[in-house]
Design a protein around this ligand. Structure first.
Ligand SMILES: [Zn+2]
Length: 254
């Protein structure tokens, strides 16, 4: 019997950079397969209320998550792990071992990340691809970090590649160059090529899911963001609304 696996986008990753801080909004996905409700990465603490709301919208609460898959141990992927104290946590062994003593200038892996994992039910994944649940296989994608692992999932009609930061945004696909490859650039290039060859639909670490056919990106969802800066104590806030949706003619005339 074909496994029936469903993927839902809880929080779309944001491909944003500034010269003042790291944005760190990564894609959070929900995978449902026979007997398992799996959260794919947990995100930074600052998105916690939005994660809870996204679960509520699917009639779920954090208690319903029985499995957490941590692709790698960068701060923006792990900070909400304590919401799931009873879940089985799957993460690569090489990430776990490296996190005991990260490189001094590794701004992704916080020195306290092993504390976040303490007292959790951690299952360490070997450096070997395997089917961890029916229809859900691991994909070794090192380079962005020491031992990042993604997933390849066969859904009802397509093969999805959950690549996390090995595929940072859709631009990595069109340029065929990894944008954020700071741990080992050569391995990151091999991993990007491998991820792009592994399926039909792609879930990047910091972008919306997309289909990639003949070099053309077709996004599956849209963005709408509001940023507000109350810089003037007596005046108005500076506001910036960003939308990737096609403007209606009424909007574009304003
Ligand atoms: Zn990362």
């Amino acid at each position: 019997m074909e496994p029936n696996v469903k993927i839902d986008l809880l929080i779309p990753g944001l491909p944003a950079k500034t010269d003042h801080f790291l944005f760190g909004i990564c894609s959070l996905l929900l995978i449902r397969t026979a007997g398992r409700t799996i959260l794919f990465d947990t995100g930074p603490f600052r998105i916690r209320p939005f994660l809870i709301k996204a679960l509520e919208d699917l009639a779920l609460s954090p208690k319903d998550i029985d499995t957490v898959f941590l692709t790698h141990l960068h701060w923006d992927h792990v900070e909400n792990l304590d919401l799931f104290p009873d879940a089985e946590v799957l993460t690569p062994r090489s990430e776990f071992e490296y996190a005991a003593a990260p490189r001094p200038n590794d701004w992704g892996t916080p020195p306290y990340v092993r504390e976040i994992l303490r007292d959790m039910k951690v299952t360490l994944l070997p450096e070997q691809e395997q089917e961890i649940f029916p229809g859900v296989r691991t994909l070794l994608l090192p380079g962005h970090s020491i031992g990042l692992q993604g997933l390849v999932i066969d859904t009802a009609n397509e093969r999805a590649v959950l690549a996390s930061d090995a595929l940072w945004s859709a631009r990595d696909a069109t340029r065929a160059i990894p944008d954020v490859a700071f741990f080992d650039p050569a391995k990151a290039q091999t991993s990007l090529d491998k991820a792009l060859a592994a399926g039909d639909v792609f879930y990047p670490g910091h972008d919306r899911p997309f289909r990639f056919t003949n070099g053309i990106v077709q996004y599956l969802t849209q963005y709408r963001y509001e940023l507000s800066f109350p810089f003037q104590p007596l005046g108005q806030s500076f506001s910036l609304g960003i939308s990737t949706e096609r403007k209606t003619s009424a909007e574009s005339q304003r």
